[in-house]
Design a protein around this ligand. Structure first.
Ligand code: SF4
Ligand code: SF4
Ligand code: FES
Length: 260
């Protein structure tokens, strides 16, 4: 049987331990991925025994408490704390999610493992490099394209036309879906990934947009679109309850229908 091993530099080693104070009554253990580009070397798992009475109920509350009270060197992204900005996306106990909307009580008991979104270069600790992800978003040209002269007021849509955007416009570009997709892991440089493809669909389906053919042309490629094999990880992890796989399937259907 073939045995796969991580390159030596990628092995995550045991790290430091940060015990809770003796007075702490409700303690939960966090195992957190750490890597500092200024230090280099292998990444490590640091262990923090956090006093839950010092923080709120969400995973992000716990991470902020760790940084504020136990280890100020921990790096992570966050902004809104409301599941709106997408910046706190990370892998919590094996699942990509938003740390700010994931309650600690929603996770299985015991240690909570926190790591950066998978299969992206790590800038530091829990901060992934999403340069490629954002470049793919830019590549789908996420703006209205129309040759019809601008009307005096707004471009109108019927209720039915507007409702076609439900399930698409709510995407917050957190990258949970793309970084959970096996096809994206192996071909992230050429496969657009579920987030960018859902966003592409948001414009293809917009009744005011007049570039549907051009947008489909751009996606008709063995890698950009067709590397989706309907594995459905994307729909399972999306913290906004969206279904990128369905959006991708609709785009594939459009491409078939314009041939026949
Ligand atoms: S359905 Fe497609 S995009 Fe979604 S996880 Fe699977 S392969 Fe990736
Ligand atoms: S589709 Fe969902 S998981 Fe993917 S980027 Fe948008 S909000 Fe995040
Ligand atoms: S901090 Fe904005 S989505 Fe979590």
């Amino acid at each position: 049987m073939v045995e796969l091993a991580l390159p030596r530099g990628s092995e995550v080693k045991a790290g430091k331990r940060y015990p809770a104070s003796k007075e702490a009554k409700r303690v939960r253990r966090f195992k957190v991925y750490r890597w500092d580009p200024d230090v280099g070397g292998n990444p490590r798992w640091d262990i923090y025994d956090l006093d839950l009475d010092t923080c709120g109920p969400m995973v992000l509350d716990a991470i902020i408490a760790i940084k504020n009270t136990m280890d100020s060197t921990l790096a992570f992204r966050r902004s809104c704390r409301e599941g709106v900005c997408g910046s706190c996306a990370m892998n919590v106990s094996g699942r990509n999610t938003l740390a700010c909307t994931m309650g600690m009580d929603e996770l299985p008991g015991g240690t909570i493992t926190v790591a950066p979104l998978p299969h992206q270069p790590v800038l530091k600790d829990l901060v992934p490099d999403l340069t490629n992800f954002y470049a793919q978003y830019a590549a789908i040209e996420p703006w209205l394209k129309a040759d019809t002269p601008e009307p005096q007021k707004e471009r109108l849509q019927s209720e039915a036309e507007r409702s076609k955007l439900d399930g698409l416009y709510e995407c917050i570009l957190c990258a949970c879906c793309s970084t959970a997709c096996p096809s994206y892991w192996w071909n992230g440089d050429r496969f657009m990934g579920p987030a960018a493809l859902l966003q592409a669909r948001r414009w293809i389906d917009d009744s005011r947009d007049e570039a549907k053919g051009e947008r489909l042309d751009e996606l008709e490629d063995p890698y950009r679109l067709y590397r989706c094999h309907t594995i459905m990880n994307c729909a399972q992890v999306c913290p906004k309850g969206l279904n990128p796989a369905k959006a991708i399937a609709e785009t594939k259907k459009d491409l078939v229908e314009r041939i026949v």
